[in-house]
Ligand binder design. Structure first.
Ligand code: ATP
Ligand code: MG
Length: 281
């Protein structure tokens, strides 16, 4: 088990050609306990993926440190598994071989095969182990990526909008699967999402991020018992509370993106029906 300590982190991107730099966030501090499920929620461009990639070791912090169990990290490692928005599967390999390939770094081939089959069964893909990625739907591909990440058994799982491109039904099934696997394995999870409901459904804690200046603008502990009921009064109350705090941030981003075309009444219609704000939050 492993906790994550993000301390005084700044990330500045330099554009050498235009001699410009852009600081996404600075003085960012976040401690995630071992076994905790934490979501990052915030408007598009606030730096959620940047922060996740720094923790993954795929991106370097300009200043500050990220530690796993007190040990500084600056490169990817087998202690951290990553699931991206689009499942990164190898198209020339079958579903089973995609998972075995990842596991072979850690164990013998026979053992890897047994484990791959076991985890693909867990995400209900037993019938598709010999299929190739192009024969699968988006949701099925994402299930392979999740099975692969969990089968690797990293202490920490980093997920960047893993269900962002999926339809509501598939997303809902995957929520159940992730909750089941997380409940049995108790991994530390850092999860990026645009969807407030999704974050309440899954997380122990929700971190709100803002833009200009970027960084953490709020934090909500989710104390509701699992499995969570989206129709419960407590769920809805928390959703409203988070929405209230994010509304100003979303408006700021939309105003900047749309300029004179911005119309706050129209904007409120855009984000009132469903708590998934697409590109805007
Ligand atoms: N490699 C890069 N070079 C320059 N700027 C970058 C780079 N990667 C990200 N940025 C900038 O950093 C900011 C944060 O980007 P990031 O992708 O982390 O946002 P995000 O919160 O994940 O957004 P989204 O919700 O749309 O995925 C953006 O302004 C983006 O343009
Ligand atoms: Mg992102």
């Amino acid at each position: 088990m492993a906790g994550i300590q993000i301390e005084n982190v700044r990330k500045t991107f330099e554009n050498k050609k235009e001699k410009k730099s852009h600081t996404v966030f600075e003085n960012l501090n976040l401690h995630i306990s071992s076994g905790e499920f934490v979501s990052l929620l915030g408007p598009s461009g606030c730096g959620k993926s940047t922060l996740l990639n720094i923790v993954a070791g795929l991106e370097q912090a300009t200043e500050g440190t990220v530690k796993v169990d007190g040990k500084k990290i600056d490169s990817p490692g087998t202690d951290r598994g990553v699931v991206f928005q689009e499942a990164a599967l190898m198209p020339w390999m079958t579903v089973l071989d995609n998972v075995i390939f990842a596991l072979k770094k850690k164990m013998r081939k026979e053992e890897a095969k047994k484990r791959a089959v076991e985890f693909l069964k867990l995400v209900h893909l037993s019938k598709f182990i010999d299929s190739y990625p192009h024969e699968l739907s988006g949701g099925m591909k994402q299930r392979v990526a999740i099975a692969r990440a969990f089968a690797m058994d990293p202490a920490i799982l980093l997920m960047d909008e893993p269900f962002g491109a999926l339809d509501e039904q598939t997303r809902s099934n995957l929520h159940k699967e992730v909750q089941y696997i997380w409940a049995t394995s108790r991994k530390t999870v850092l999860f990026v999402t645009h969807n407030i409901r999704e974050s309440i459904l899954l997380s122990d804690r929700i971190i709100l991020m803002g833009t200009r200046p970027g960084g953490i603008i709020g934090e909500f502990k989710v104390d509701l018992p699992r499995p969570r009921k989206q129709a419960s009064a407590e769920f809805i109350a928390l959703e409203e509370k988070i929405m209230g705090q994010l509304a100003g941030e979303i408006e700021k981003v939309m105003r900047e993106e749309m300029g004179d075309d911005y119309n706050s009444q129209k904007a409120s219609l855009l984000y009132s029906s469903n708590r998934d704000m697409g590109g805007h939050i």
